[in-house]
Design a protein around this ligand. Structure first.
Ligand code: ADP
Ligand code: ZN
Length: 211
């Protein structure tokens, strides 16, 4: 199955994408995670993307389209994949079509802006392995320490409240039009994000027809 997880920054797409990825044994591909990794390793791509990310702006289409093209050519994508955070603009969606990728379902995780702002302030990430946590909704077993690899958790620069505000603005202007784009193709499914992570997961799995 080829799935797109779609929704505002901080809506919880990444968390749900990981769960579905394990259930279906297909990779969850996060452009955000790939870019952050490149920044950490100071690659050329990372260096050019850094200023955009830190401002809460989108990285140019050409860059992210290149990232996805390379990633989808890898062997583990043969039996399907989940895209988390791509496409984020109409030209990115069109590029996917041009690559000959046929998406089965676009899952839109809907969460009101106010809830997102509250959530982002509690988000913590593992700089070593990329795992994500939330101080209230998804705490690590030991405060400030990654369950998966034992590294010290940190706060992403772009989770700063001012940056979150501009990320939401970008979402509404650049990314939200994709709802109509995919709705016209008849493959858009909407899931309302719930207070409890497990409840959102249940709705997500049901929407995807996964037992
Ligand atoms: P979130 O979904 O919480 O915004 P991500 O990890 O998906 O977090 O993205 C973080 C940042 O990475 C974005 O704010 C943006 O700067 C950049 N980015 C990720 N994916 C894309 C994309 N498809 N197009 C442009 N920029 C992207
Ligand atoms: Zn870790």
């Amino acid at each position: 199955m080829k799935i797109i997880f779609f929704g505002a920054p901080g809506a919880g797409k990444g968390t749900q994408a990981e769960i579905v990825s394990e259930k279906l044994s297909i990779p969850a591909i996060s452009t955000g995670a790939i870019i952050r990794e490149a920044i950490k390793n100071s690659t050329e791509m990372g260096k050019s993307a850094q200023s955009y990310i830190e401002k809460g702006a989108l990285v140019p289409d050409k860059v992210v389209i290149g990232i996805i093209k390379d990633r989808l050519a890898e062997k583990d994508c043969e039996n399907g994949f989940i895209l988390d955070g791509f496409p984020r603009t109409v030209p990115q969606a069109e590029a996917l079509t041009e690559m000959g990728v046929e998406i089965d379902v676009v899952l839109n995780l809907e969460v009101p802006d106010e809830r997102i702002i509250a959530r982002m302030s509690g988000r913590r990430v593992c700089p070593a392995c990329g795992a994500s946590y939330h101080v209230i909704y998804k705490p690590s077993a030991k405060e400030g320490i990654c369950d998966k690899c034992g590294s010290e958790l940190s706060i992403r620069k772009d989770d700063d409240p001012e940056v979150v505000k501009s990320r939401l603005e970008v979402y509404h202007s650049e990314t939200e039009p994709l709802k109509e784009y995919y709705s016209k193709k008849g493959i858009l499914k909407i899931v309302e994000g719930q207070e409890e992570l497990a409840d959102t997961t249940a709705l997500t799995l049901a929407a995807l027809g996964i037992k």
